[in-house]
Design a protein around this ligand. Structure first.
Ligand SMILES: [Fe+2]
Ligand SMILES: [Fe+2]
Length: 332
């Protein structure tokens, strides 16, 4: 849907069409995604006071009430700006190098592994075909290896988790948090395949790639129908992994069940208590914590302390008590 707005009202993530031809301004194209505040400044500097935006292709104009979904997966996210990359190289070379370098200082290694993992997830979500999922899963095993064998780098990664609004950053955060919690729960046993588990946490929201971007990007309240489509993403994640023949059935449940709640008020199946697989419960805690600590267009981010407090005081019936206490200990 096209809307006319003032240039000063433009925001990063909006798909804009300038009123005059490219001959009359300094942009290469007439229609494009706003990638930074600099783009807005340039439009204004070119003397363009009004533009039209296409809300089906980018972020909408905030003209409706904004609701918070604290404690639930954020239902709307801003436009994910595509990056240019060679489709042959879904795994960033920096990630491969950092994972193999045994002499790299901890802080540097944690930063590079974290940032390039985010990049890898972004590439995967732009083209989530089976071959790419396979490649990414192999690399996730290497990341998991670092998290379970190198406490220093793992803790460092936990402390630098970014908190923006992108699904791929969120995927890496849930990946790191999920593996950390699994590590503390399962360290005395080898009955759990940590590599498969790690893949489940990193890939839990892959199904969002099958939800209409106009719904993902919408900033106002979702209609009932849109909410239904948004809430199909756990099943879609599960289906993508099953179709690609990736992950064990148990680890695919992380994707399917990460929005189920202890009290049966989650989705898609309203499972309660023990009906939710332990892996799904771990996914849920990591997912909610990251949602609360991330800044969204409709809410400020909470500090780790406040997020844990909200989870304990206001959301205690979302999680299994013992599991939540183990999660809190990760930050002790
Ligand atoms: Fe989700
Ligand atoms: Fe999520």
């Amino acid at each position: 849907m096209l809307k006319t707005i003032k240039s000063s009202e433009l925001e990063v993530g909006m798909y804009v069409t300038l009123p005059s031809s490219w001959l009359h301004h300094s942009f290469l194209k007439n229609s494009f995604i706003i990638k930074s505040p600099d783009d807005v400044k340039r439009i204004i500097d070119n003397g363009i006071n009004e533009v039209s935006i296409d809300t089906a292709r980018g972020l909408s104009f905030p003209n409706v009430d904004i609701i918070s979904h604290a404690g639930d997966e954020p239902l709307r996210e801003q436009h994910q700006t595509p990056v240019t990359w060679n489709p042959e190289q879904i795994i960033p070379i920096d990630l491969k190098n950092a994972l193999q370098d045994k002499t790299m200082p901890t802080v540097k290694k944690a930063r590079i592994v974290y940032q390039s993992s985010v990049q890898m997830m972004q590439r995967l979500m732009e083209d989530p075909k089976a071959e790419n999922i396979r490649e990414v899963k192999k690399e996730i095993s290497e990341i998991v290896e670092v998290i379970i064998s190198d406490d220093q780098t793992a803790l460092q990664m936990l402390s630098i988790t970014g908190h923006d609004f992108y699904t791929y950053t969120h995927s890496v955060n849930v990946g790191v948090l999920g593996v950390m919690l699994s590590k503390s729960l399962f360290k005395k046993t080898n009955a759990h395949d940590m590599y498969e588990l790690g893949a489940g946490f990193f890939l839990h929201d892959l199904g969002k790639t099958r939800v209409d971007p106009a719904i993902i990007n919408k900033r106002g309240k979702l209609t009932e129908d849109e909410m239904k489509k948004m809430r199909s993403h756990p099943y879609q994640s599960y289906k993508i992994l099953a179709e690609a023949n990736q992950l064990s059935e148990e680890c695919r449940l992380i994707a399917l069940q990460h929005h189920e709640r202890e009290d049966g008020k989650g989705y898609p199946r309203h499972l309660r208590g023990d009906e939710i697989h332990l892996y799904g419960r771990i996914g849920c805690i990591a997912d909610v914590y990251d949602a609360l600590t991330a800044a969204r267009s409709y809410k400020p981010k909470l500090s780790p302390f406040d997020a844990l407090r909200v989870m304990k005081e206001d959301m205690s019936n979302h999680f299994e008590k013992d599991l939540f206490e183990k999660f809190v200990l990760l930050f002790a």
